[in-house]
Design a protein around this ligand. Sequence first.
Ligand SMILES: NC(=O)c1ccc[n+]([C@@H]2O[C@H](COP(=O)([O-])OP(=O)(O)OC[C@H]3O[C@@H](n4cnc5c(N)ncnc54)[C@H](O)[C@@H]3O)[C@@H](O)[C@H]2O)c1
Length: 456
Amino acid sequence: MNLTRRSFLGTSFLAAHVLAGSRSSSPRPRRPAPSGRISLAVIGCGTQAHANVPTFLQDTRVRITVVCDPVLSACGYSYNSKAMGGREPFKGIVDKFYGDTSCRMTADWREVVADPTVDAVLVTAPDHWHAPIAVAAMRAGKHVYCQKPMTLGVSEGKTMVRVAKETGVTFQVGSQHRGNSAFRVAAEFVRNGMLGECKSCTVGLPGSNGGQWGHGRDVTRMKAPGYFSPASSWDMWLGPSLHWENDAFIPGIHEPMCWRWNSRTGGGMITDWGAHWIDILHWAIDAERTGPVAVENMTTNLTEDKVFDWADKYSFDLVYANGFRAHVSSGARCGLTFHGSKGDCFCYPGKLERPAFLAKWNEKRDLKDSDVRLYRSANGHSHESDFIDGIFENRTIATDCEIGHRSISACHIANICERLRLQSLQWDPGAEVFTGAHADAANAMLEVPHFNGWTV
Ligand SMILES: NC(=O)c1ccc[n+]([C@@H]2O[C@H](COP(=O)([O-])OP(=O)(O)OC[C@H]3O[C@@H](n4cnc5c(N)ncnc54)[C@H](O)[C@@H]3O)[C@@H](O)[C@H]2O)c1
């Protein structure tokens, strides 16, 4: 398909039918019989797809049938920048695993959404695409595994939650750390009062640009590289984000993984890692379906830079209705430290540091029937297979759409406070609006603008 911007905007059938969708025309999500198989499409064949795809391949209830990416094939992916990404390398991975050549490729996710043989989609495209793709997929009756951060802003999340409820699809947010026992045990310590009174937590997020989350700060304005194939598929990368002058490709923010550092496509580290740690925080303090009532004590080194327009040094507090205070900082030890009257507990993937009196804690022996037991996937399943369980069994799974929306909303409101260069803002988690001083300016930033004819 040769997509010029004009033809792309003029795809009236897709624009009207797939993007806007309508409640009455949404097909019912398909839930195969227990002996059946889920046909899964991968939308976004990059760094995180390298983590999710092998796990889905291992699940015999799944068949990956389509891979989609505007990039045909390129290098520079993953934390070591050595992996290949794009639809061709991923077709190679899938075909090699199944021992055939049947996996289809496309540069245009709308073909995936319009394909009635696809039951579910994995959305591993950059953040500016999550809401448009996920909403269209849900409207087409597809189950969605959507990577974190679930959205680029609060308005998108509200729409996604509504559509997930209306369509009844199974929706899993890529908050896979819920399956890591270090986090669950720490959260159960907090929920069950084992640390004594716990009224605060320190949340350490990454700070600086470069290193693992970007390949440098090259702001040369270039033509999009040839790996966008066909050339017009560069439009399918930019999508609803505001284009740069002359549709420029800027390596520092358009090479693999780098888009996180610009607000047109990502939310900086506050959303990138906040999505994970605030998700765990909410799990631990039972705030999964609500949110903070204030952001306070914001400090940031945000500059006027228009390309790298997120701070790499910041700290703020999220305050909850019951007085719980989470101190979030790029300077704190990465992970979560819950502070209890009887001692602190630190958690990070695979690492749980607990007070000495809990050193011999054994959940099988020590968790009482009356204690809160947080969600465990069936049979030790991965987060990906938990999603597949949810599709087959039509039941609650680890991280539904509302949970993902609430954890990322807390990050978005902090980003708004930072962007407005305010020290604090008040938030009403019921109405999902700012209240009090500067509320008007802050509320104006809840709506994510979508450009180039795209809508959610
Ligand atoms: N759960 C986790 O721990 C975790 C870790 C890393 C990344 N992520 C998330 O995964 C997502 C992808 O991040 P990444 O690091 O893999 O980025 P990446 O840049 O390495 O890969 C993204 C891929 O999506 C493709 N893409 C862009 N527009 C597309 C479109 N319209 N349709 C299909 N594909 C499109 C890009 O061409 C690229 O190949 C992000 O939302 C990120 O936050 C989650």
